[in-house]
Design a protein around this ligand. Sequence first.
Ligand code: KG4
Ligand code: ZN
Length: 357
Amino acid sequence: MTLVLGIETSCDETAAAVVADGRRILSSVIASQVELHRRFGGVFPELASRQHVLEIMPVIREALARATVEWAGLDTLAVTSGPGLVGSLLVGVNTAKAIAWARGMPLVAVNHLEAHLYANWLSAFAGEDGIEAAPPHFPLICLIVSGGHSDLVLMTDHEKYHVLGRTIDDAAGEAFDKVARLLGLGYPGGPAVQAAARGGNPAAFDLPRALWRNGYDFSFSGLKTAILHIVQAYAGLPGQPSHRAPMPASRGPKERDLPVADLAASFQAAVVDVLVEKTERAAGEFHVREVLLAGGVASNSVLRQEMTARLALPVRFPPPILCTDNAAMVAAAGYFKYRTGARAHWDLDVHPGLRID
Ligand code: KG4
Ligand code: ZN
């Protein structure tokens, strides 16, 4: 059995986890900074890195204690080295290097996007009968949709990636966060939009679906702008209305109540439509065996339902707590790297703009 301690500090979650053989979670501790950043309506980078400094060692100790594992029982450390906020990444990477040096342990550097993808290997997937699901089968298509990235990836084996498309402007999660702000739904945006959309009509507004049947790249900024124009029109402001979005009947100086639920539901449906359409097309073109969803937006219940209902092949996604940032996924990805002999050295640095190719 190989035990990996994963460390994750790329954004606003300080996390540590112990995972056995890349699949079985012995512990997963997440100190969320959501409350700290809420009043800024987004992550305040300097505050995030300071909070990581305060939390990192208690979180690591807690992960070891919950797993009932001693330092000597661990085989390796795995840490996120990018992408992410530079000041946040530095805390995790320097902590991991210090521990590796002091304890004479190996260290593996993990790409945060690969980590999201490897959340699908974690055996939190034991079915109701308690039997662990088989690990994903290659080749597969993975849709990684987070706050900073939207990547559609063909994976032919461990660490063999072919990026088919990515966003050319806003990431899917970023669009959720910005639209939540426009609709006055608060932070973090994704769960707030999902909750607001629950009673809404997804067909109430005919919103744009950019690059709809065109290649594998995504674009979400036009959708966000269309929502902005509708919000302005309801507020009686002279915005530039999107040509496809219907305007309220009596547009003018008089303010009207914003149909928040209908707007949230229509926006969510537009994002999900594009994500499902492109994933389905890629799965067909490359004759894959299954589809994996990963990243914070993969916890969206409508995306999960629609992807499962509309695709003819198996669709797998982690439970919501393993879709958003955590360290179990870092330990899982780290395990598969460790197995190949990959090791980080003392010159390991952070890579805020790291990509998956
Ligand atoms: O993967 P993640 O935790 O952090 C990054 O690596 O970015 O993703 C965070 C993003 C945020 O933009 C958040 O609004 C979005 O994931 N998100 C959701 C949902 N839960 C989180 N988006 C849509 N629906 C959700 N239920
Ligand atoms: Zn993430």
